[in-house]
Structure formats: C-alpha cells, structure tokens
Ligand binder design. Structure first.
Ligand SMILES: *Cc1c(COP(=O)(O)O)cnc(C)c1O
Length: 366
C-alpha cells in the first residue's frame, strides 16, 4: 500500500485527546465525567422547546447571516453586525482568528499551559505556536509574553480565566499589557468561562474591544449556557477583522438549531445565572475542602479546579477514576476537575484526604 501524500507539517500536530467518555461498566455507583468542563444541568425546557420547533426546517441550509442571534448580540454589546462573527463553537472562532491572521511561519503567541486546542489549531493554520510558560503560581506571565513578541507575531491569545488552571488576569495588568502590544497585532481575549469569573477587578473583554482597535473577544454557549452539544460561539471583533474572519469561516458552520438554542438561552439568562451561581458556590466548597486537606489549589474563577500534582498526577487520576470520577490529567503537571453535579463534587471532596496522602512525602525510616 502506498503512503498518501499529505501535508508534511501535520506530523507536528499531536492528535486531540477528547475527555474520557463515561464507560458503561459498573463501579461503586454512577461514573461522572468531569473531564470536559461541561455544564452538569440538563438543558432548560424553554431551550429544548425552541430547538424542537426549529426541527421542521432542517431540510434547509442555515441562515448564514444568523439574523436573530446577531441582532440580539448587537443589542447586548452595542456593536454592529459586522463585529459579530459566529462559529461552530468558539473553538472554530479561535481557528478563524488564527487562519485570518497567521500565514505560514507566522507566530501565534499564548500562555502555556492553556487551552489544548491552541497549539493544534495554530499548527493546522500553518503558523508557529509560541508558548510562554505560566508563572510559578499558574498565571499568565504577561511580561514574558510581551518579551516574546517578534516581527512574525500575528495573534496573541489571553485565556481569561485560563483553562486548565482557572487563574485570571486582573484589569490593571491587562491594560498595561495591551498598551504595550504593537497596535498591528490582533489580541483575542478568550472568555469561555467569563460568567464564572467573580474576581472583583476582572477586566471586561468587551470594554477592551471598545478601547483597543486590535482587540477581539471570544465567547461560547458551551459552558455557562450548557449548549456544548449544539456547537455555537462567537467573536466580537473590529470591523476589518470581522470581515476577514467571515472569509475563513466554515460555510454554514452554525446550524439553525444552534442559533435558535443560543437565542433561547440568552432569553433565559436569569434562570441560567442561578445555575452559574450554584456552580460557583460548589467550586468554592471544593476549594475549601481541598485546602482543609492540605492541598493547595490555585484560585479558580472557572467551572473547574486545577490540582497541581506534579509527578503524583497519574496516580491521583487513577484513584479518582477508580472511584468513578473521570478527570483531565496532564501527567507530570496536574489535573483538571470540572465542578459538576453535587454527587460528583461530594465524591471529589471525600477523596481529598486520600489525595493528600498520595502527595505527602514518604517518611524516611529511622
Ligand atoms: C471550552 C473552551 C472554548 C470553546 O469551546 P466551544 O465548545 O468550541 O465553544 C474556548 N476556549 C476555551 C479556553 C475553552 O475552555
């Protein structure tokens, strides 16, 4: 069999590892998939009803202008339709941003560790990912990111809160950063978890979009709105960038079902906010319990927590899996656990002492 001639540079892209699916085997009770930062609540009845109504139109292509959703977002953010670019999840929006800004050999700059899709999508765009290590306390090192800017830098991503560490960028430091980034470089603030970010001095991405002509914001309906399976996200982008993003967008990438679900979710925001508030409380309950067990968890402002376990990561992931909790481990670094249904959170908390025991150095005999 002859080898297929494919793009040689694709060999540099690691394949995406999806969050482990909950297996059907029986363990000590139900298995909880807390590996993908999904919203544990079922869809709202008003949202499923809207989707059901829309089903009668699936013989038609989606409406590319996405008038209803775009109008709603324009009103909310005080922007024009040209500034609103939808994608099949905000991961497609991030892909559009890379393909619209970076050609072969151009650089896409972001913190690391951060969202796993960034390096893959950058490579797929033919660009070079430039990954700037987080600080020792798991935060964006904005000074180091500034220092990493070169003539080839085309796009900078600031993930706030950062996936997987949950850490955030403050208002003053972001402003200082953006005021020093050359104005021809696009900066995107990825606010996938913005609704969970209760930091008092949190920057509001859309305000930076208004103040800096090179700033775009990426939002998703997958996390706080609980529509991960519908695949819809958007960028709010400067006009010139918005036009470019549309050129590289997947044609008909956002279905009418997804558009309808998004509009219905925006209309149900009060109900959804109650769920977000409950998840934030659960997050704090987990963080407090882990601190009490002697495990330091970086301050998280997302719907997940990061356990920086280093070499103990794989062993802890195994322990958790054994108890029916499927998390996202990064061996040698740490693991990310999604704040999920109460039962899953209870189970995670109950295991904190055992995790602490695995972390504790073995006492030297004698
Ligand atoms: C989940 C996530 C997204 C977007 O997910 P979609 O389901 O594609 O909308 C974007 N950025 C980060 C950092 C995420 O964690």
């Amino acid at each position: 069999m002859s080898e297929l001639r494919l793009r040689g540079d694709l060999d540099a892209i690691p394949g995406y590892k999806p969050g482990k699916a909950a297996p059907q085997t029986e363990t000590t009770g139900p298995v909880h998939k807390i590996s993908s930062n999904e919203n544990p609540y079922p869809p709202l009845p008003s949202v499923t009803a809207a989707i059901a109504d829309e089903l009668a139109t699936i013989n038609r292509y989606p409406e590319t202008a996405a008038t209803a959703l775009t109008t709603e977002l324009c009103a909310r953010f005080g922007v024009e339709p040209v500034n609103v670019v939808l994608g099949s999840g905000s991961v497609e929006v991030v892909s559009q941003l890379m393909r619209a800004t970076a050609g072969e050999g151009d650089e896409v700059l972001f913190a690391w560790r951060s969202f796993e899709a960034y390096p893959m999508l950058a490579r797929a765009a033919g660009a070079v990912p430039v990954m700037v290590p987080l600080t020792a306390d798991h935060r964006h090192d904005l000074d180091a990111m500034l220092a990493a800017i070169t003539d080839r830098t085309r796009l900078i991503l600031v993930c706030n809160p950062n996936n997987p560490t949950g850490t955030t960028v403050g208002d003053a430091e972001l402003d200082r950063f953006l005021s020093q980034v050359p104005a021809h470089i696009v900066v995107v603030i990825d606010e996938a978890y913005v609704q969970f970010n209760d930091r008092a001095d949190s920057p509001v991405g859309i305000e930076y979009f208004r103040r800096y002509p090179n700033v775009a914001v990426a939002h998703t309906f997958s996390k706080a709105y609980g529509l991960a399976g519908m695949r819809v996200g958007y960028a709010i982008a400067p006009e010139q960038l918005g036009i470019a993003l549309r050129k590289v967008a997947i044609p008909f990438g956002v279905t009418n079902l997804a558009q309808t679900a998004a509009v219905a979710s925006l209309a149900a925001e009060d109900e959804l906010q109650e769920r977000v508030d409950a998840l934030v409380q659960e997050r704090e309950r987990i963080v407090t319990a882990f601190a009490a067990a002697g495990i330091t968890v970086p301050e998280s402002r997302g719907n997940f927590v990061w356990l920086p376990l280093g070499d103990t990561t794989a062993a802890v992931a195994e322990l958790l899996e054994h108890h029916g909790l499927l998390v996202r481990p990064f061996p040698g670094e740490g693991l990310r656990a999604t704040v999920a249904e109460t039962e899953a959170n209870d189970r995670l908390i109950a295991l904190a002492p055992q995790i602490a025991a695995l972390l504790a150095p073995v006492p030297v005999a004698g």
